[in-house]
Design a binder for this molecule. Structure first.
Ligand SMILES: C[S@@+](CC[C@H](N)C(=O)[O-])C[C@H]1O[C@@H](n2cnc3c(N)ncnc32)[C@H](O)[C@@H]1O
Length: 384
């Protein structure tokens, strides 16, 4: 990345030679150029919200910024990028969207997130730490900044305007108004599940801002819930990419002897899964983990993996994560264990599963979705 202060070398996490996506974009570079050109004083507590892969905090490391992110992968990328560029541990404070924000913020830099809800929640959480003199600058690609984005800054922090576009990126300038009457934070948002989806019908789901389908049940998830398998007592089940945890909670409700591991790379998602599970008073045993897929889960230790894989990584459409999740599932399943996947028909997951497991069967389908089952049969084919 080119910055006024040098050219840090940056990568996403995990690094994948087949993935040519960069770890920064024109909006990161525009913000850094602006800070240098206008000689913006980077003093006091500098907070960077939504920095995707750590590009901004790496470039600004000399000012000992605090990064706030919802993404475990983004945080790991930041750690690796800081080390790659010789920034010592402890120079940048790494916080998650679930942590308490710094008490006072003198400069707030916002890389506009994909989720407007996450931006709303985070600005509301940070607003009490912002004061009259806080410099607030946002950045994003033109296609990511909408009137609704600007209205959020205006409603929560104060008067807001935008810059001219440069290389399809735009800056947001906001002048904090301490007298502003801020709206109450609507997050986390709870709703009651509809009828007709088995044990979770009429149950409560808790969604922290930014989680997948936070305001209603996703139609794919709904289809999955109608076709979940029955498991033996004491089975070890993983809700892989758990989002709000509705799938794993359904398994635990169906059989309290089931041990469920909820995993997601989003801190907001794992907090939601934990809250959804607790809100339903499930008696069984569960574990909640923020991390990358099934990394850290022992080989041959799981009976069932349930997965509604992501097909977006930030703005990019990709099946890289789904592929990694399937490979991981095969490794962690015990022989005879099963991976159940829901996906849009057109994604063609059955091809990938057949290649990996040597089998793939359609459990249920409708015009839009398909639920697939792949069984781990001893040491079969294993090319990702
Ligand atoms: C399509 S959503 C499914 C959410 C939930 N299971 C449902 O059906 O409503 C995919 C989830 O995968 C998570 N995810 C993306 N990459 C991941 C990774 N590398 N490791 C774990 N979870 C990941 C996303 O944060 C998201 O919550």
């Amino acid at each position: 990345m080119t910055t006024p202060w040098g050219e840090p070398v940056l990568a996403r996490f995990p690094e994948d030679p087949r993935d040519r996506l960069r770890a920064w974009d024109a909006s990161d570079e525009y913000l850094l150029r602006y800070l240098d050109r206008e000689r913006v004083p980077l003093s006091g507590t500098v907070v960077v919200l939504g920095d995707r892969w750590g590009a901004l905090v790496t470039a600004l490391a000399a000012h000992r910024p605090t990064q706030i992110t919802d993404s475990w992968l983004g945080q790991e990328a930041t750690r690796a990028n800081l080390a790659r560029n010789g920034v010592g541990p402890g120079t940048v404070r790494l916080l998650t969207t679930q942590d308490d924000p710094p008490e006072r913020i003198d400069m707030l830099l916002v890389r506009v997130p994909k989720s407007l809800a996450l931006l709303e929640d985070q600005l509301l959480r940070l607003a009490p730490s912002v004061h009259e003199g806080t410099v607030v600058v946002g950045t994003g690609m033109v296609k990511e900044i909408h009137t609704s984005t600007l209205r959020l800054f205006e409603r929560i922090l104060g008067p807001t305007r935008t810059s001219l576009a440069e290389k399809k990126a735009r800056l947001i300038f906001c002048t904090p108004d301490p007298g502003l009457e801020r709206p109450a934070n609507p997050w986390p948002y709870r709703y009651t599940l509809p009828d007709g989806i088995g044990v979770v019908s009429g149950r409560t789901v808790v969604n922290h801002a930014g989680v997948f389908c936070a305001d209603r049940l996703d139609i794919g998830t709904r289809f999955f819930l109608k076709h979940l398998p029955a498991v033996r007592d004491g089975a070890r089940v993983v809700d892989l990419g758990c989002g709000n945890g509705v799938v794993g909670t359904a398994m635990a409700l169906a059989d309290p002897q089931t041990e469920v591991l909820f995993v997601d790379e989003s801190f907001q998602a794992v907090a939601s899964a934990q809250d959804t599970y607790r809100a339903n008073g499930v008696p069984g045993h569960a574990e909640f983990r923020v991390g990358d897929g099934l990394a850290g889960v022992a080989a041959d230790s799981v009976d069932l993996v349930l997965n509604n894989p992501p097909f977006h990584s930030h703005q990019a459409t990709t099946d890289t994560t789904a592929r990694r999740m399937f490979t991981d599932a095969r490794r962690t399943l015990r022989p005879g264990g099963e991976l159940w996947v829901i996906g849009n028909r057109h994604l063609g997951y059955h091809v990938r599963l057949r290649r990996l497991f040597g089998n793939s069967e359609v459990v249920a389908s409708d015009p839009k979705f398909v639920v697939l089952r792949a069984v781990k049969r001893g040491a079969g084919p294993a090319s990702g």
